[in-house]
Design a protein around this ligand. Sequence first.
Ligand SMILES: Cc1ncc(C[n+]2csc(CCOP(=O)(O)OP(=O)(O)O)c2C)c(N)n1
Ligand SMILES: [Mg+2]
Length: 554
Amino acid sequence: MKTYDVVAKAIKAQDSSHCFALLGDGNMHFAGALAHLGMPFTYARHEHCAVSMAMAHARVSGETGLATVTCGPGLTQIMTGLTAAVRARIPLVVFVGESPVAAHWYNQDIDQAPFVVACGAEYVRITHKPRMARQIQDAFARTRLTGIPVVIGMPFDIQESAWGDAPVAVASAADFVPAAGRVHPDPGKVNELAALVAAAERPVVIGGRGAVMAEAGPACVRLADHIGAPLLTTLPARGLFHDSAWSLNVTGGFASDTAREACIDTDLVIAVGTSLAAHAADSGRLYPNAKILHIDTAPRVYSQGRVAAHHHLCADARIGVEMLLAAIIADYGPTAASTGTWRDGLAAKAAAADYPDAMPFQVAPDVLDPRPLIKTLDALLPKEWFMVNSSGHCSYFAAHMLGRSHENFLTIREFGAIGNGLSYALGVAAARPKQQIVLFDGDGGFLMHAQELETARRHGLKLLIVVLNDRAYGSEIHKLRVDGHDEDGAAFGTTDLAAIAEGFGLTGKSFTSLDGLDDAYAEFLAEDNGALWDFQISDQVVSPVMRRLTAAKK
Ligand SMILES: Cc1ncc(C[n+]2csc(CCOP(=O)(O)OP(=O)(O)O)c2C)c(N)n1
Ligand SMILES: [Mg+2]
């Protein structure tokens, strides 16, 4: 037995059921040993994509993400993915190997730890074999507890050394993760806040990922129903209230006209299980008339450069909301807003609106307005399909596909990096093998890592890839236009994405109108093959979030 066999055993004992990999000297023997132990693998075509896939897998499965790439250039390729995982607080372990400790010179040698630490992640170096299993166990436990990814480096000559006669004792990180139960709030604080909520005339309830993780959705709906509040979510928690008649979909920069009206008019925001990110308040442009009550296990006053909350309840999201509601019912009965019609009016407006944004634009005849396009796709594609919403200007439009549960939705945008949509979709595909997955991406983000189409094809993963193709870096051209600069570095003209997909063995379709869409859909269902639908969209339709951003620059 070699030492890498024992590393593989120690990692196999953890709470990761899938490994995403790209091989090299630093990790290939370890990866082979792990595969032999029965770990399913997805072999990516770029290290960044392997890490991105592991991130998406972790988000959707609730497990710790697992990836392995080689040392040196393998590691330097993953800095964007690793930083994105840090920002999104995704438990993740990446095994990268290290250059041989016994070599006088090795061409791929770099000091790896500073790269990892610069991303905000942790570096664990394994050089002493008797400590190895414990270090691995502890690394998996720490990333689960903190949400800070851990990169494990281990010189590959040590990995390849004979293990010898020492006993192999591996243990699961679960033994190092306390099962300490849910945080209950201070009852006095609950009573104080019940008075605040009962007095609110136009309250809104917002759920974030903390509410998702605490399964606080139904409790939030009961609270909202009692106090007459519309429901909103942060973008990552989109769909948490999808089946409530009073859901106004997402808040923040992507809010619809009606959701925005609610956020401008509200006098009390009950923000449940959210990190109060700047985007969720449209960089401070939302809630000008409101106090913010933050219910969270780690409540904050200050977040991402601004005062983001004024009242606080330290509690698990579900327990906090349930106890607050119980106190309101016990002490106040109907509240100031519960008999009002504010939220009914908002819900009626949202239901009557054709599109989330009513601004008219001139759209040329050979391209599509993304708003009716998304509405058509929303009607066509089953609600139970899993939807990955990528990045870029176009992601605003795709965020308005309604009636879709948060359980079938993924977006990871905390680092603002484009180019990950396809990898995220592949990570979800590994976690949800029976579910149909549809990815919405921009042409620029898609082309940044189009090589992963080969991974999809090779692993037999039938994705539907919808590209909203404005032939440009839309986020850039809209800003450059307002600044009066030329668009040369951001407007590229047409690339035949359907032909690219065909080249990788997928089915490719190009659309300049909605003609043929129903046939393409029927064909997709009938075929055992992934497809890319390339929709030529107008570069004149500017999302409201971009209009506000550029108006602020004028
Ligand atoms: C890794 C990375 N590189 C560059 C950027 C800057 N950037 C933000 S959006 C964007 C354009 C994305 O284009 P596309 O995917 O076509 O979406 P669109 O904005 O056109 O809808 C770029 C280049 C970024 N956010 N991340
Ligand atoms: Mg584009």
